[in-house]
Every structure is written in C-alpha cells, then in structure tokens.
Write a protein that binds this ligand. Structure first.
Ligand SMILES: NC(=O)c1ccc[n+]([C@@H]2O[C@H](COP(=O)([O-])OP(=O)(O)OC[C@H]3O[C@@H](n4cnc5c(N)ncnc54)[C@H](O)[C@@H]3O)[C@@H](O)[C@H]2O)c1
Length: 260
C-alpha cells in the first residue's frame, strides 16, 4: 500500500486553526487532535479552563468571547499578525439552559441565541471578511447537534437534570441552515462551510445519570452514547483536502440516533 497517498489526502500539518470553546469537553479533544496532526491551533474560549489546556507550543490559548464582535476581531487580528492565512475556523462554543420551558426567563433564551447563533454568525462574518481581503482558501466547521434535527425524547431524562431546551435545538437547526447559506455565499472565495452534528456525548467528568445513560442507549441504534473522541474523524476529514469538494453538508455522528 502507498502510505504516502493517504497521508497527503488527510494532511493537516502546518494548517492554522482557530477554535472557539477550546477548553470545553469537545473543544479540548479537537485541539488535541489538530495538534497531533501537526496543525497550529489558536485555542480560544470565553474563559480559559486551565484544566483543559494542552501543553504544546503548537496550541496557543487566549480569551475570545464570541458574543462580542470586538473580541472576535481582536482574535482574528492576533492570528493574522502571526500567519498570513487561517485555514480552518471551528465554531464549537455552545451553551444551553435547562429550566422547564414554562419557567424559562427571557434572559436564558437570549443567552443561548446570542452564543450559539449570533456568536457563530459573528465568527463567520469576521473570518469571511478577512479571507476576502487576504485572498486564501479556508474551511469553516460549525458544531451543530442532533437536536437541531430531531426533538429530544423527554421520557429518557428520568434522573438527568440537563433537560434539553427548545431554544438549544432551534439554535442548532439555525446553525445547520446557516452552514448551507454560507456554503453558497462563500464558495466563490474558496471557503468551504460544513457542520458536524454530534449525538449525546457521554460526559466522563460530569456523567449524565445512570438511568439517562441507560435510556439513551436503549433509544440509540448503536446501543450507547458517543465518546468525545468519536467526533474527531469527521472534523479532521472536513478540514482536510479529502473533503475538498464538500461544502454545505451536515455530518451527523450519532450512532444512528436520528435515523428513526
Ligand atoms: N456534549 C454533547 O453531548 C453535545 C452534543 C451535541 C452537540 N454538542 C455541541 O458541541 C459543542 C461543544 O460542547 P461541549 O459538550 O464541549 O460543551 P462544553 O460546555 O464542555 O464546552 C463549551 C465551551 O464553550 C465556551 N463558551 C461558552 N460561551 C462562550 C462565549 N460567549 N464565547 C466563547 N466561548 C464560550 C465554554 O466556556 C466552554 O468551554 C457545543 O456547540 C455543543 O452544543 C455537544
């Protein structure tokens, strides 16, 4: 077998990546994967969780609040001050609220909209404006969710206090749709835009609850929740030239959960 062939197809060495929500559960794994692949990662978060920091010169941490346009532009400036290209933007930062919808304060609703939807838009806007000026190719990967495609089954939340909210699903559906919008609008500038929609990821540090995990696993065709690392292959693929003709797509990684 010609090993070099696959290496070239999926080569991410020397790519420059900007990641939002980089010190959360998924963000940490994604940063680690790009670092191992030889990329340089600008790992940003609203507040850096020092327990989720990778000790490598290739991963550069700084604070960036995606609800604040000035903070995003500052972040982009920081990347372009060091490199003349930013190859991959990963819009991963996301939040949810968990009160029953009957009691949802407007502030909770607005907060989820601001981070998940407006924040993702502001990052895409800033990146697209940079690329139009700097004239290099790029790739955007938005993190959606299966709850942007299907409703949660509330019967399975028996011992899990993290009841999925209508606004969370609505923002994720919007992110998946915005992916298509920008795939169409940014293709002419050489920017591919795709999303990855994970199913429920088991949280090793703060487990969802035994009953919930059992119920979710029963509902899921593959019989279990996802491990965080199982999102990596799809994200690296979309960032690589193996996906060079792929844009506007939503890659669902959910063990088949959304198939019924
Ligand atoms: N965990 C799951 O089961 C699951 C399933 C489907 C989709 N997702 C999505 O995956 C992404 C990552 O989720 P996670 O499970 O790692 O969650 P997480 O809470 O561990 O990480 C989210 C990160 O976003 C950051 N963040 C919040 N507000 C921000 C802001 N204003 N500016 C910048 N950063 C901000 C947080 O500080 C945190 O580090 C989210 O978009 C989430 O909706 C998660």
């Amino acid at each position: 077998m010609n090993k070099g062939y696959l290496d070239n197809l999926f080569d991410l060495a020397n790519k420059v990546v900007l990641m939002t929500g980089a010190t959360g559960q998924l963000g940490f794994e994604v940063c680690k994967a790009f670092e191992k692949a030889g990329s340089t990662v600008f790992a940003t978060d609203k507040a850096i969780n020092t327990k989720k920091v990778i000790d490598s010169k290739q991963v550069k941490y700084f604070e960036m609040d995606i609800t604040d346009k000035a903070s995003i532009i500052q972040g982009m400036d920081r990347v372009y001050a060091e490199y003349d290209h930013l190859d991959v933007l990963i819009n991963n930062a996301g939040v949810s609220c968990f009160e029953p919808y009957e009691e949802r304060p407007e502030e909770s609703f607005d907060w989820v909209m601001d981070v998940n939807l407006k924040g993702t838009f502001l990052c895409i806007q800033a990146y697209a404006n940079e690329i139009k000026e700097k004239k290099h190719d790029g790739s955007i990967i938005n993190i959606g969710s299966i709850y942007g495609l299907i409703s949660p089954d509330f019967r399975i939340y028996t011992d899990c206090k993290r009841m999925n909210s209508e606004v969370y699903g609505a923002t994720k559906a919007a992110v998946i749709q915005m992916t298509r919008y920008f795939a169409v609008h940014l293709a002419r500038y050489g920017i591919r835009v795709n999303s990855v929609s994970p199913g429920g990821i088991f949280n090793t540090e703060s487990p969802q609850g035994e009953d919930f995990v059992e119920n979710y696993s029963y509902r899921c065709p593959m019989g279990r929740m996802a491990n965080c690392e199982e999102m990596i292959g799809g994200i690296l693929y979309l960032a690589s030239s193996a996906a060079g003709y792929t844009t506007g797509q939503n890659l669902v990684i959910d063990g088949g959960m959304s198939c019924w």
